[in-house]
Design a protein around this ligand. Sequence first.
Ligand SMILES: Cc1ncc(COP(=O)(O)O)c(C=O)c1O
Length: 420
Amino acid sequence: MDAQNKQDWMTIRRDNTSSALERAYAEGLTGLTVASRKGKRITLKEGGTFTEFVSCSYLGLETHPSLIEAAHQALGTTGLHLSSSRSAMRPVYLPQLESLLSEIYNGCGISVFTSTSSVHLGVLPLLGSNSLKSYPIRKRVHWLMDKTAHASMQVLRGILQQFGEVSRVQSTDPESISSVLGICAERQETPILLIDGIGSMSGLVPIAQLCSRLEQAGGYVYVDDAHGISITGRHGAGYALAAVDNQLPRNMVIAGSLSKAFGGAGGFVVVSDPQDVPLIQTLANPLVFGHSIMVPMLAANVAAAKIHLSNEIDILQNHLWHNVRLFDSLTHNRLLNAGVQSPVRGAFFETEGDGLKACRILRANGILMFPVFYPIIAKGKAMLRFAFSAAHTENDIQQLADSLSEVAHAGLWKTHMAPA
Ligand SMILES: Cc1ncc(COP(=O)(O)O)c(C=O)c1O
């Protein structure tokens, strides 16, 4: 079908979206406007204080006194913003942050961006065009886009196709990968697998196996580990690096986030050879034609990086995993992702209506979470997504588990089933 007759992805998404999200907004079950907060307790603009399981700041670093103090000081010395691209002028905190991140990642090359989406937009075209010396491409690139890869990569399909074919694969199925790798070998194309480390909704992918499988095929693995950064690994380097024994394989690239568990704001790329960094900083589109991170947030990122290089990160990680294990045990491993090294759990509902009813029960019990519907999960279904933090207390976890029992007793949540 040609482009004129084929429906574009946004039209398909719009036409398939039901009114469930609208109803959730109207009833104040999501789309929350926070007037103030203290740890995991948020007070909403329209009133009421709730315990939230929404935030992806899994270690609670965003309210850490060192980060707050660093942001205040930076405001005093430099103001809110140096409104220019990094190549023209940058706050002193930017090179400091990159140097600390390089320490966290054992001397690998680091470049900081304003977001993880900007990392994808900046780095993938450089990979695809054979611009990065440590990731050479044979004739042409062939992108293997995992089905569960984050939407911020999926949406770039049209851009990626300017460099090579895009095939959708399921990286937990070796057959699915092998068949595309066979095509790449025949055509002398270099495969690049795009995957999430810890998925924002789903579980984990076998990073180490995929890395060696792609290495045998002369290809690369590009991991979006936005949710895995800080919560695990030495110095909080994340799930992807821990999966390969803390040593970045030469055929792997990590895209990380500074806006989730890291406690600040922005994104960064980790490449095996620091010699590729000057080229990234000279050519990556969002770096050349965009701003750098706002000054107070950059300073807070520097403070957070220092915490990552101290013992404090281990203590915070231990709190988080203690809370997650407690929740799994109180809910008898009935939720999606139970037992998996992810800070996210999901309660799956057969209908959007049941999901909304469950949300109302939880809200009445003082608990807020993130209800998700199509296009995040399959059409007509609902999932309540719970994000855990080191900042939750055991009491918070118990309260959530009790409320979920109430949902089960109401006959809404019958099984432990994965979304399609
Ligand atoms: C896995 C993953 N990648 C990328 C992003 C996009 O992050 P950013 O807002 O920094 O672009 C998100 C956002 O939540 C995410 O969950």
